[in-house]
Design a binder for this molecule. Structure first.
Ligand code: GLC
Ligand code: CA
Length: 531
């Protein structure tokens, strides 16, 4: 049983915005906060009630804003403090909550703390980061090379799990923890409703024992940050790359006052072998992962996050099935599999009209440091064609192309050439074209979110799976207060599916010809019934 706070959170539907690529309001080719304000009515129409904005703070933009040089100011590329104030007000006027991205594991090397820290071993900021005479571990940085970098200025090495310009903060230093209390308080007082917490499982480390994340003080530090009475009402979702049930419980159980929930990433590897190689898989495997984590969530009373996409993964449907002939059916089938379960739906920009990965034939079309470093590291080994093929499949840029609002010259994103090329398929796949189609993914998203809003069974209900593990489809019911909803998701093959209730009334299907619970289901067909 959830308490009131978590029951309220269950009603949230979050839309994730990557501000650089969402909407450019001032015509410089870079998306910005005023662009988000322009699109709030659109988001309201879609049916979401919260937005998570990826970092828009002051930053040299080495990692598109995840390298922050001032946590309490807005980067001029995105706007200013007035703009964020107006954005929060305008969102709140529409009953939309605003979540910011809190990057606590590292700063930019341009942050004042680091600039001071590297000056000497004895100044107020010396211990804000991990400094040693020799590398303490053999850790590799995320985008290649050692995680230790030498500073000529201080004559010591510092730790950076990400780019060289993103030094890891030393959370064992109470002053660092105090700084983050202040940052959270600042934005909370400013009016934000919560945070998405970037790789927060990494803030406690144990160098001696080679522990890079989920270190000995992780729960203490997170609770110390978010469990304080003045901020414990905030909604927090952790980006936590942990796979076990126990950690999930400890990090997110309501009474522990750490995080409200976290992203569970097991299904993110669906359809691929490592980051860059496709692996054909059946949706039955996705179903099994989802049902496992649903049972974990019910058994332990955990809030679960229902997401397929974010700014670090190419659009999910690109690797989940037949997007050539059945993009609409696949996109709506996956939306149904996720958004009729118990948890908090997250929708990443562009996902709601079925965006796909791009195809580019030059490294000049890529922007992500991860992609560019990968190209340079593997060009010789794999050859140009293969590396580009891999990047086209798996690069993070494949979720970062400007949102294709329409098929015009710059896709309605900007009046000028954007900072990153438009997606290669933008003439075929854009919001305007989608909405004109009889098979509109956007309209289906609208309908399913409306259904969630209007049927408490989907938000709060108990889950009972009716199909058998060997079936190549998924049927489950959600029951609440005497009401019952049955969800039926068929996968790659046609199937005869019997709904074991006589009085099933159709609420929604992605098959426009479906009128009732007759049992022949085509590939990726879904139907939702009220019993
Ligand atoms: C997270 C972000 C990613 C970023 C990294 C370092 O994984 O989602 O975009 O590069 O942390 O901050
Ligand atoms: Ca702009």
């Amino acid at each position: 049983m959830f308490g009131k706070k978590y029951n309220d959170f269950l009603k949230m539907v979050v839309y994730q915005i990557y501000p650089r690529s969402f909407k450019d309001a001032n015509g410089d080719g870079i998306g910005d906060l005023r662009g988000i304000i322009e699109k709030l009515d659109y988001l309201k129409e879609l049916g979401i009630n919260a937005i998570w904005i990826c970092p828009c703070f002051k930053s040299p933009q080495a990692d598109n804003g995840y390298d922050i040089s001032d946590y309490c100011d807005i980067d001029p590329e995105f706007g200013n403090m007035e703009d964020i104030k107006e954005l929060i007000n305008e969102a709140h006027n529409r009953d939309i909550k605003v979540l910011m991205d809190l990057v606590a594991n590292h700063t930019s090397s341009e942050h004042k703390w680091f600039k001071e820290s590297k000056k000497s071993k004895n100044n107020p900021y010396s211990d804000y980061y991990y400094w040693y005479d020799e590398p303490q571990t053999d850790w590799q940085a995320m985008w290649g090379g050692s995680a230790w970098e030498y500073s000529n200025e201080r004559n010591q090495y510092y730790l950076h799990h990400y780019d060289i310009t993103m030094p890891d903060l030393n959370w064992d230093n109470p002053k660092v923890r105090e700084e983050f209390n202040k940052i959270v308080d600042f934005w909370s007082n400013f009016g934000v409703d919560g945070f998405r917490c970037d790789v927060i499982h990494e803030i406690s480390k144990d160098l001696k024992n080679n522990i890079m994340s989920m270190g000995p003080h992780i729960h203490e530090y997170i609770n110390g940050l978010f469990g304080r009475p003045e901020v414990e009402h905030l909604f927090t979702v952790g980006e936590c790359w942990v796979w076990n049930e126990e950690s999930f419980c400890k990090l997110t159980k309501e009474e522990r006052k750490e995080l409200s929930t976290m992203f569970q990433f097991q299904h993110i590897s669906f359809g691929r072998d490592g980051k860059y190689t496709p692996k054909p898989q059946s949706l039955t495997e996705l179903r099994d992962i989802l049902s496992h984590w649903q049972s974990v969530s019910y058994k332990n009373d955990l809030l679960y996050t229902l997401f397929t996409d974010n700014h670090d993964q190419p659009y999910f449907i690109s690797r989940a099935g037949d997007t050539k002939n059945k993009r609409y059916e696949l996109a709506t089938c996956i939306a149904t599999m996720f958004y009729t379960l118990r948890g908090i739906p997250f929708i990443y920009q562009g996902q709601e009209f079925g965006s796909l990965a791009s195809e580019f034939d030059s490294i000049d079309d890529f922007r992500d440091i991860g992609a560019i470093n990968y190209y340079n590291d593997y060009l010789e080994e794999f050859g140009k064609e293969k590396v580009l093929q891999q990047l086209n499949f798996g690069s993070r840029d494949n979720a970062r192309h400007p949102v294709a609002w329409d098929g015009s010259e710059f896709n309605g994103f900007s009046d000028v050439e954007p900072w990153i090329p438009l997606s290669s398929n933008n003439k075929e796949i854009n919001l305007k074209k989608d909405c004109e189609s009889e098979k509109s993914i956007f309209k289906f998203y609208k309908s399913i979110l409306k259904l969630r809003k209007e049927n408490d069974e989907i938000v709060y209900g108990e889950l009972k799976i009716l199909s058998r593990p060997e079936d190549t489809y998924w049927v489950f019911e959600r029951s609440y207060n005497g009401g019952k909803i049955v969800v039926c998701c068929n996968f790659e093959e046609e199937n005869n599916i019997i709904i074991p209730y006589k009085n099933a009334k159709l609420l929604l299907s992605n098959n426009i010809d479906r009128k009732d619970a007759s049992n022949n289901y085509s590939a990726y067909e879904v139907a939702i019934y009220r019993i």
